[in-house]
Write a protein that binds this ligand. Structure first.
Ligand code: ZN
Ligand code: ZN
Length: 622
């Protein structure tokens, strides 16, 4: 024990009034949480020969534990003769509250193996260290056997354990058994619901809280952000500001992520200026990365670059965000350039880096570069490719027309088959009109039961193109039988900080008449400019004229029409769609950009399209 045995000049602890008694030493140690003071008192106790006194020994251990010298606390505990549960509990608590879970549980197991029975405090100190349900449940059973499970500290800790492990039902059972649940329990329950996506239950608890700290606000905002309700998340963040609770870094990052999902640049700018003046959220690497992510997803790569360049402490996560930004906007060369730069700075790429890079290659048909990067992942960086990396490679090869190779690669994937990968492969067959291979792939998928709702249109198109009407019928009945409907396409546009959403054929907007009048005008003009509606994209058994009508009211066309009538001439129109751009809409939007002289920035599920004067930044390669 070097610190304790070391001679010390500070003799104040022994006092000027004669020898230090055990009582006096114990009194001086009460509440001590300073490592220096603890070791001074320890040395004094050793000199006075009272350090082995039971009360002094205990308080020394507690003082070391409280001051963060856990090593010394454990060392003292080890030489304490017949330590009781109380001795163990304070050291267990010191470990578990500092996140040293394994050490805490090792001490608990030590204690139990000596035949000591845990107290309510031992259990409530140990439960936060249980990360798995199995151990937590075992402790719950133990607590029950000892008749301690109803103790309010134990119940609170048990609830926290179940909540962290995602067992909402078990947590709720404990919660309902509490007469007057402590705010800690309410917060744990709320966080559990929010994490699991039980947002209404979470919101009920949240609304019932008389006072809410920022942890509750963040948990609720996080729930909305993670479970597809970014608009609600942003609304709550604004309410948080109004309520006078100062958002911290976590709140800001969550709000930025909500804006990134929504793609609403105006809200994003507002948040950025909020961060600049915020008392609690600093513009560090974490917030900066969320800003980069937000800006490029809102269509402004330029703003993302400005934030990136201004960051002083860039980690790999910030670089990854910027690479993804370039990739999503089709600036593939810049994305690859970033890769060389980050390596030159001595940073190591992660698996996310490679997803961004492979996306960049696939959006621009950079086959050689993509192959090289894919190979280097494992060989140079020891990163095993995941299903997403295989998906990017299959997509890259397929788009470039190397469909055989893509098919071979897709079949070689040993992981769980990925629908996105097969859809991109089928799309490649259609793009390159390789119907023979498309049919082989279709047969392969149907035979293995891998076909899903997202593939039916492509499958049926491929069979129809080769005149296999029986198969067309088979795919259609599979589609009906599956009962799974395609996720409906939904496009949104932000006008005056308000977000308007449209689904196909939407009539819910108050300005529906004007929107449809504009739409009709645009569809007419597009036809005059040579656009032939791609009616083969419509799967249902309908006549040509009706198919045209179905295409004409796609959500992205409606959103653009609304943009045209509600924003000043000459300004850019920004649209966000939840699915991939449909090729008919892509063709029409190109023409609209030419006819109206408006720039249209369009974000689909995987990338950005910037339509200017009749052409798209993707070069029709998407
Ligand atoms: Zn469309
Ligand atoms: Zn495009």
């Amino acid at each position: 024990m070097p610190a304790a045995a070391a001679p010390t000049r500070h003799s104040s602890a022994s006092g000027q009034h004669g020898a230090l008694t055990a009582d006096r030493a114990a009194a001086l140690l009460a509440g001590c949480a300073c490592p220096r003071r603890a070791s001074e008192l320890h040395a004094a106790a050793v000199r006075a020969g009272v350090d082995r006194d039971r009360a002094v020994d205990f308080r020394l251990q507690r003082a070391y534990a409280a001051s963060g010298r856990l090593d010394l606390a454990v060392a003292l505990l080890r030489r304490t003769p017949d330590p009781t549960a109380v001795f163990y509990t304070s050291t267990i608590h010191a470990h578990s509250s500092r996140g040293l879970h394994l050490a805490a549980l090792a001490l608990l197991s030590d204690m139990l193996s000596q035949g000591l029975l845990p107290t309510a405090h031992t259990l409530s100190a140990s439960l936060p260290a249980c990360s798995g349900l199995a151990l937590g449940r075992a402790l719950h059973g133990y607590a029950f056997k000892l008749a301690l499970s109803a103790d309010s500290y134990v119940a609170t800790a048990l609830l926290g354990m179940y909540a962290r492990a995602g067992d909402a039902a078990a947590a709720r059972a404990l919660f309902d058994g509490m007469l007057d649940p402590h705010v800690v329990s309410v917060t744990a329950m709320l966080t559990c619901y929010a994490k699991m996506g039980a947002l209404d239950d979470a919101r009920n608890l949240f609304d019932g809280l008389p006072t809410k700290d920022f942890i509750c606000w963040n948990a609720m905002i996080d729930g909305y952000t993670q479970h597809g309700r970014p608009d609600e998340a942003l609304r709550l963040f604004r309410r948080m500001l109004r309520s006078g609770v100062e958002p911290d870094e976590v709140s800001v990052v969550l709000a930025l992520s909500a804006v990134a999902q929504l793609g609403t640049a105006e809200s994003g700018k507002w948040l950025h200026s909020y961060v600049k003046n915020s008392p609690r959220a600093r513009l560090n690497a974490r917030v900066g990365t969320a800003l980069i992510d937000m800006y490029y997803k809102c269509g402004s790569l330029e703003d993302a670059v400005v934030v990136f360049d201004g960051l002083t402490d860039k980690d790999i996560v910030a670089w990854n965000a910027m690479i993804n930004g370039y990739a999503m906007h089709g600036h593939s060369r810049e994305a690859l350039e970033m890769f060389f730069q980050l390596r030159a700075q001595g940073l190591l790429p992660t698996d996310i880096t490679f997803i961004g890079l492979l996306h960049a290659c696939s959006h621009s048909g950079l086959v050689a570069e993509g192959r090289k990067l894919f190979k280097s992942m494992e060989q140079e960086y020891g990163i095993e490719p995941k299903i997403e990396h295989y998906g990017c490679m299959v997509d890259l090869l397929g788009r470039a027309g190397l469909i055989e190779e893509a098919f071979d690669l897709a079949q070689s994937v040993k992981m769980k088959p990925d629908a996105v990968m097969w859809v991109s492969l089928l799309a490649a067959c259609r793009l390159h009109k390789n119907l023979a291979l498309g049919q082989r792939i279709a047969d392969y998928l149907v035979a293995r039961g891998l076909a899903n709702s997202g593939m039916y249109i492509l499958l049926s198109n491929i069979y129809a193109a080769v005149g296999k009407w029986q198969e067309v019928g088979r795919v259609r009945s599979m589609m009906k039988a599956s009962g799974i409907h395609k996720e409906p396409g939904c496009s949104s546009i932000e006008v005056g900080r308000q977000v308007y959403e449209f689904v196909a054929g939407d009539m819910s907007h108050p300005r529906t008449d004007e929107i449809y009048a504009k739409l009709e005008e645009m569809n007419g003009l597009a036809k005059e400019h040579g656009h032939a509606p791609q009616t083969e994209l419509v799967l249902h058994d309908l006549d040509e004229a009706t198919k045209e009508k179905v295409l004409a009211v796609h959500s992205e066309k409606l959103a653009v029409s609304f943009g045209l009538i509600s924003t000043p001439p000459g300004t850019a129109i920004k649209i966000v769609k939840n699915l991939r751009a449909c090729s008919d809409c892509h063709a029409v939007l190109k023409l609209i950009s030419k006819i109206t002289g408006r720039k249209i920035v369009f974000r689909d599920r995987s990338r950005f399209h910037h339509f200017v004067d009749g052409s798209c930044s993707c070069g029709d390669y998407w």
